[in-house]
Design a protein around this ligand. Structure first.
Ligand code: ATP
Ligand code: MG
Length: 411
């Protein structure tokens, strides 16, 4: 991508009303644009990061045998009335009337999945079902001061699994925990499996994945040895208590909830008559669980964790491009051609390059923009580098002069 052609460039100052680091950096870097509080456009750079995250999640979901679908976002009131959530979740749902009929915009999909199951499943032979999708959720959030960590409209991956027994559900639930650990590790988020706070979903024991960072809205009490963590909002376990396994006193820290998983049991299937016939021909309610990861929140969480005073420092796995190629132009020299050649060569090798080919922009400005945008490798072609190219990692000071062949080899 030629930066001169990219829609959505860096800007000098973030809007005054933004306080969160993720929002300031993503806005300044040209990753997002703000429409109103809690509502952002993912510009091309932001969308690329989100798509990288999406692909990591997709791969790990598929590994558990789950199948990707896409469910509607416009829901009739009747389906929410079947579980009572039209009223009990009224505060969070966007509900409205059109031509005498009432609707809600999706804030989650349990009811929709139960409707699918009761229509498409009849026997134990049809189970388990594991389906997921990536789509928008709408929630009337009261406080939206954390940038894309908390939107009124945001992207989520939600997975739903349906089983013949509690045992089967629990077994898959554990598999998903392992898949989630791999997902967050791949995007370089150190997510801690945490006993959850309650919510509109269930009263039972659910789990959150929490990333410790000062800007987090949640608080967890956790063991530094890694064997215990609970959301401080509900837990009776207090900071300072000695860990049962001898790892010392429990600590308390601010954290961002990046994922939440719910072993829902038969609550929804009983209410919605999502039944199957077992071996003996008896009709039984299916065992049901749901599992969410906030995609746009993950983008924000990565920025909260991976940045410095100059800008974002993307992990390689989610960076919008692998290489930020900068040309420093001397109007009298032939530099333009060789930078174009490097760009063409890297692209031919399948390397994702953002090429800052802008004219009339100083070297200093280009370097500052590269630091702000945060692509892992910076390459500079200038008169000074002659037939070589300067290589520098975003998170290191050291530079090296390399040939284009040597650079290609490194990938
Ligand atoms: P929170 O406690 O932060 O309000 P939640 O528990 O209501 O979130 P879930 O219903 O568990 O959220 O949603 C699953 C995942 O979706 C969350 O773990 C989070 O990553 C993401 N998510 C939830 N609400 C938002 C939001 N308003 N903006 C962006 N992501 C969100
Ligand atoms: Mg949650």
């Amino acid at each position: 991508m030629r930066y001169s052609k990219l829609f959505g460039k860096t800007i000098k100052e973030a809007p005054k009303d933004e306080v969160a680091a993720n929002a300031k950096l993503l806005l300044r870097g040209g990753f997002i644009d703000k429409l109103m509080a809690g509502s952002y456009t993912l510009l091309h750079l932001g969308r690329r990061v989100e798509q990288k995250i999406e692909q990591i999640i997709r791969e790990e979901m598929n590994t558990t045998g789950a199948q990707e679908v896409l469910m509607p976002l416009l829901h009739p009131k009747e389906i929410w009335n079947e579980t009572g959530r039209w009223d009990s979740a009224r505060e969070v749902m966007y509900q409205f009337k059109k031509n005498d009929k009432e609707y809600a915009l999706s804030f989650t999909h349990e009811e929709i999945v139960m409707d699918l199951v009761r229509k498409h499943i009849s026997s134990y032979k049809d189970l388990p079902v594991k389906i997921y999708h990536f789509s928008t959720k709408f929630r009337d959030e009261k406080r939206v001061k954390s940038g894309i960590l908390r939107g009124r409209e945001f992207l989520m991956k939600d997975l739903y699994s349906v089983h013949v027994s509690e045992e089967d559900m629990t077994k898959y639930y554990q598999e998903v925990i392992e898949a989630y650990k791999r997902i967050f590790k791949r995007m370089e988020l150190d997510a801690i499996l945490t006993q959850a706070a309650g919510g509109v979903f269930t009263k039972g024991s659910t789990h959150e994945f929490q990333v410790i960072v000062d800007s987090g809205e949640d608080e967890i009490v956790y063991c530094p040895g890694g064997d215990f963590s609970a959301n401080a909002e509900v837990s009776s376990v207090k900071e300072g208590k000695q860990c049962d396994l001898g790892h010392g006193p429990l600590k308390k820290a601010k954290a961002i909830e990046v994922g939440n998983i719910f072993p829902l049991g038969t609550y929804y299937s009983e209410k919605m008559k999502a039944l199957f016939t077992d071996h003996s021909g008896q009709k039984k309610p299916a065992w049901f669980a749901s599992y969410g990861i906030g995609l746009t929140r993950a983008v924000g969480a990565i920025v909260e964790v991976h940045h410095d005073d100059k800008g974002i420092v993307w992990p390689e796995s989610v960076a919008p491009y692998s290489v930020h190629l900068i040309e420093i132009r001397n109007p009298k020299s032939e530099i333009r051609n060789s930078a174009d050649e490097v760009y063409a060569r890297l692209q031919k090798e399948g390397i994702e390059v953002l090429y800052d080919d802008r004219e009339d922009i100083s070297a200093g400005e280009k370097f500052a923009d590269a630091d702000l945008i945060g692509i892992p490798i910076r390459l500079v072609v200038s008169e000074k580098t002659q037939d070589k190219i300067e290589w520098k990692k975003r998170n290191e000071q050291k530079t090296q002069l390399l040939s284009v062949d040597a650079i290609v080899k490194r990938f």
